[in-house]
Design a protein around this ligand. Structure first.
Ligand code: B1M
Length: 207
């Protein structure tokens, strides 16, 4: 039985070896992958974010927590990755220009891969040119993540550049359905599972 509270604490205190050990033990014990994320790792990042807002922790603590989170995600990703399955479609995902937050984007990418999609991960700080390259590689959907209110507006530039050439979907903590409607994006999701469902429904409609 996995101690999710211990996992949460290990992520929050940036103990990446402990995170890796707990996640590996959970995997070995055939724990549900969604539970590892939803009961341990994601709440940890939420809580440290709240503490950051209250000036109880600072950027270095956020950074080491993020690294610890990535250590756990690296173990989960291969399990979710589709092996030998027929691709369901090609999706490009990136964090938009000016924004370096990639944990949520990575989670969405992992879930999409797990659902059988080919994912082109464009990384962080993605401008229109990077998305253009993905389009040339056959991406049917361009997914954009933003965590800062200051970088969110760049999503509109991506919509303007690619409307009619690919479907554009958006997400990230400050993003809302209303914002997606306002900038003319083709879809919005507030979490990684929702992003998979959104992609499923968009590609089903255009099939
Ligand atoms: Co920063 N940061 N950060 N940060 N950081 C936030 C976002 C902030 C809300 C913290 C706060 O003040 N409470 C705040 C933004 C305020 C605002 O814009 N209004 C903030 C700030 C201010 C900053 C800096 C400016 C701080 C500074 O330097 N003074 C700086 C900016 C750097 C830059 O990007 N240019 C900065 C830096 C950093 C770190 C580098 C230290 C680190 C990032 C490390 C990394 O990502 N590799 C960091 C972190 C860790 C956070 C918080 C604490 C956690 C973000 C996170 O990983 N959440 C965050 C506070 C918070 O969100 N509570 C904060 C966990 C992740 C699983 O959730 O990313 O929301 P999220 O993803 C979810 C959904 O949103 C959705 O699915 C995911 C899974 O369910 N989703 C999508 C995400 N993308 C999607 C795309 C889709 C669909 C769904 O496509 C269709």
């Amino acid at each position: 039985m996995t101690d999710f509270e211990a996992l949460k604490k290990a992520v929050m205190s940036g103990k990446r070896n402990d995170v890796a050990a707990i996640v590996q033990a959970a995997i070995d014990a055939k724990e549900n992958i969604g539970d590892i994320l939803d009961k341990g790792m994601i709440p940890a990042m939420r809580e440290i974010g709240d503490r950051f807002s209250k000036n109880e922790v600072y950027v270095p603590e956020l950074l080491i927590a993020a690294r610890a989170m990535q250590a756990g995600l690296a173990l989960i990703e291969p399990l979710l990755a589709a092996t030998g399955r027929k691709s369901m479609g090609k999706i490009a995902i990136g964090t938009v220009k000016g924004d370096l937050h990639d944990i949520g984007k990575n989670l969405v990418a992992i879930m999409l891969k797990g659902a059988g999609y080919d994912v082109i991960d464009l990384g962080v700080n993605c401008d229109v040119e990077k998305y253009k390259g993905a389009l040339e590689q056959g991406a049917q959907i361009l997914a954009c993540s933003a965590l800062l209110t200051t970088t969110m507006p760049y999503m509109k530039e991506i919509v303007n550049a690619f409307k009619g050439k690919a479907k554009i979907i958006i997400g990230g903590a400050p993003v809302t359905q209303a914002y997606a409607d306002e900038i003319g994006a083709d879809g919005y999701s507030d979490d990684a599972n929702g992003a998979v469902k959104l992609v499923d429904s968009i590609l089903k409609k255009s099939a």
